[in-house]
Write a protein that binds this ligand. Structure first.
Ligand code: GLC
Length: 755
């Protein structure tokens, strides 16, 4: 390449930039070493101890709820981080103790579960994942960071990147669904949204990839249950989103409650020290999940607390959330030679590094600005971001005879407990989101001056107990159904707004039955008997079994728990102000008996019925094999179809690529968008591979009647997979390259990867 002046100046600039960054890193590491050399063992252990706030707890309430003792621990420099402190005033007061009353004045880092918004509540993460829109997801995380940092928080316990295939698991609502590739893209977007380009900014906070690892594979979908998976599943399905979080620069990780290969994650050296820290080069720190140290004893792994403490720190866990094992046992373990000081120093270096990265040493009160707290939280601008995320997360699952979108001249009845509800759509993990602060469907209809009629039919929630937010459902009162049926007889169309409560999903909220809770099934049954034009709008944190209700409805809309702007987003989709673009990040089962059900499954030796043999193949006698709605499914009001699909060659070398060319056409008179998806299949490999795997997707927007050709590239990375020890394998042979608008409707071409 001939060097021009501009090339030279660009190279000089790059060199200057690189050297200034590495100079800053050297400068920080010198400061860390200097500080470390001054710290006593007690002060080092203090950094490794995270204490919950004195007000709000998100786990089992600790034995010593005595706040006086906690203040004394702070003054002694025995605390490195606090969680659940929720205002500038409180953060400043506690930071003041750490900075001005301890010997070395090391600032605290303040963590919180900013999972889907802080006060302006975004769609729950699984819902937001249905947008498949990385820019929207990144903007949402940045909004959450802006509000949380304005309240003094500088560390969020998010993104949760646990792949899950089981809708019984309540925490499926916190992640990004069943696919590792989509989850990895979303993990990156959320880390970048939270951390921004400058972690020292008062508007950005440290991210935390959790729960490391495989928590989403809890057996039977029961929370905190056994996890027993193969190394192949671990490396090919579970770990890719975590690796993506490291590559995106996540500052922290959190270990999971479960065992992996028989060892609790918090003490799993293969996972943390060998893989995360050594092989992936992670430079941040790892915090345990709430009390998980003590659970190592209950698991039957650690005979006592000292053993658990030793195994955890040697494995690479750097900070202890609320178990007090580090603070109670590390000193003795180091002094008696059981634990080498180097493990303590490694942990403390990592914790101090994140505090330096956040700018807390330059200004411990950087996040404590009452003016920002007043001005930046709950603003109109924030709500517009929440609206965009909500409307793009809605998935149109069924639309028979194009009954949707509605028009304002139709006589429409809105029936069901979710019509005037302002609370349920805030979902779980709603943090500072005030109860009843969501826009209801009813309010949105009125604000948009849409004529409608309304009947509740049945209540869903009878009573909501405050902490820990137990929900008591209405299971007896059917008296409202008569009025609902009467109304349904008089109108053209009925919108049935139903679902599960926000606290029926989330942590500790697994369900063995995932049908519509309470008396809603009865309501749908009764109304559908008198009006065939039913539009079902389902609000849930997880996939529900909507099989019967779908058969009784002409349209089905998945409205998740969409947060503050829920009602506005739903009404805009129902009346066509927004043409839906959402795609399912998780399969919807026909029945709970199918779980776990997921698209990227292995073939098995008997995947289909050979015809003459009605019994001996992989199937249920009493249920279909396919899901009710497939991963990647989502309809538009536009009729967008694939017109042509070509590949540049039917073979490629390991260093080569295949170009995929797809032309899509909008055969309708409505402008719209669809997500084109690209999948591959490795027909034969040294370890069997799934029948299809998502490897790329792109949003295609088309004006009415227009066509567009998009190009995607398949390379060796797309055809590679991991062996049992995480080794990357690329094996010659036959592959399918498939494209489509849903994982269950794909066009296929065959490609050979040459040796
Ligand atoms: C909880 C959750 C974890 C959360 C932590 C702090 O038990 O498992 O996701 O970040 O405690 O609230």
């Amino acid at each position: 390449m001939k060097f021009s002046y501009s090339n030279l100046s660009f190279l000089l600039l790059l060199t200057l930039l690189f050297s200034s960054v590495s100079h800053a890193q050297d400068d920080t590491s010198q400061k860390i070493e200097s500080l470390l050399s001054k710290m006593t063992l007690k002060e080092k252990i203090g950094q490794m101890h995270q204490l919950t706030g004195f007000w709000d707890v998100t786990g089992p309430v600790p034995a010593d709820g005595d706040s006086k003792a906690k203040y004394q621990q702070l003054r002694n420099g025995e605390v490195g981080s606090m969680l659940n402190i929720t205002s500038v005033k409180e953060v400043r007061a506690i930071q003041k103790i750490a900075v001005e009353e301890t010997r070395l004045g090391i600032p605290l880092i303040f963590g919180q579960d900013v999972i889907h918004g802080f006060k302006t509540i975004l769609p729950e993460p699984l819902a937001e994942s249905a947008s498949w829109d990385m820019e929207v997801i990144k903007k949402g995380a940045a909004l959450a960071a802006k509000e949380a940092t304005a309240a003094g928080i500088n560390w969020t316990f998010a993104p949760m990147v646990d792949v899950s295939r089981d809708a019984r698991w309540g925490r499926i609502m916190e992640g990004s669904g069943e696919d590792p590739f989509l989850s990895a893209q979303i993990a990156k977007a959320r880390v970048h949204g939270f951390q921004g380009d400058d972690l020292t900014s008062p508007h950005t906070l440290a991210a935390c990839a959790k729960h490391f690892a495989a928590y989403g594979f809890s057996e039977s979908g029961k929370d905190y249950n056994t996890v027993d998976i193969s190394d192949l599943t671990l490396h090919n399905f579970v770990l890719p989103p975590f690796k993506a979080a490291v590559d995106a620069g996540a500052s922290t990780f959190m270990t999971s409650f479960n065992i992996i290969q028989g060892v609790p994650a918090t003490a799993n050296q293969y996972l943390i020290r060998d893989l995360l820290k050594d092989r992936w080069g992670f430079e941040g720190f790892v915090v345990s999940d709430w009390g998980s140290f003590a659970e190592m004893i209950v698991h039957g792994y650690a005979p006592d607390a000292k053993f658990a403490t030793e195994k955890a720190i040697v494995a690479g866990t750097d900070m202890d959330m609320e178990a007090k094992f580090f603070s109670n046992h590390i000193e003795e373990l180091v002094q008696n030679g059981t634990v080498a000081m180097e493990y303590v120093d490694d942990a403390v270096r990592r914790i101090l590094k994140v505090k330096f990265d956040l700018g807390l040493f330059d200004n411990p009160y950087l996040y404590c600005d009452e003016q920002r707290e007043k001005e930046l939280i709950g603003t109109k601008e924030n709500r517009s971001i929440a609206y965009e995320s909500a409307v793009k997360s809605i998935v149109l699952l069924k639309n028979e005879a194009s009954i949707l979108p509605l028009n304002k001249s139709q006589k429409v009845a809105f029936i069901g407990p979710m019509v005037d509800d302002k609370n349920i759509s805030l979902g779980n993990w709603r943090l500072q989101g005030e109860d009843n602060s969501a826009v209801s469907i009813l309010e949105a209809l009125k604000a948009k001056k849409i004529k409608f009629q309304h009947a509740q039919g049945v209540r869903l929630v009878e009573k909501q107990v405050s902490f820990p937010f137990e929900v008591q459902l209405n299971t007896t009162d059917l008296t409202g159904i008569e009025e609902a049926v009467k109304l349904a007889k008089e109108v053209d169309v009925v919108v049935l707004a139903v679902g599960e409560d926000g606290f029926q999903a989330g942590e500790g909220r697994s369900r063995a039955y995932i049908d519509l809770p309470g008396l809603q099934k009865e309501l749908v049954e009764a109304v559908s008997k008198v009006n065939e034009n039913i539009i079902l709008v389902n609000h849930s944190g997880r996939p529900l079994d909507l099989t019967k209700e779908t058969a009784l409805s002409k349209a089905v809309v998945q409205a998740w728990h969409l947060g503050t702007e829920s009602g506005n987003a739903i009404v805009d989709v129902l009346y066509g102000a927004y043409n839906p673009t959402g795609k399912l990040p998780v399969s919807f089962p026909r029945s709970v008996g199918q779980l776990p059900i997921y698209y990227n499954h292995y073939s098995t030796g008997r995947p289909t019925n050979p015809g003459n043999d009605l019994v001996f193949w992989s199937h249920y006698m009493d249920e279909e094999e396919t899901p009710l709605f497939a991963f990647g499914h989502g309809l538009s009001y536009s009729d967008i179809q694939i017109e042509s699909f070509e590949i540049s060659s039917d073979s490629m070398t390991k260093e080569g690529t295949i170009e995929v060319k797809v032309t899509l056409k909008n055969n309708s008179d409505i402008d719209g968008s669809q997500f084109l998806q690209l999948y591959i299949r490795d027909h034969a490999a040294s370890y069997v591979r799934p029948v299809k795997e998502l490897k790329d997707f792109t949003k295609v927007s088309l004006k009415a009647g227009a066509s567009k050709t998009v190009r995607m590239v398949v390379d060796k990375e797309d055809l590679s997979f991991f062996g049992p020890d995480g080794e990357l394998l690329l094996e010659p042979g036959v592959f399918s390259v498939m494209v489509g608008l849903s994982s269950d409707q794909l066009l296929e071409k065959i490609v050979t990867l040459e040796d």
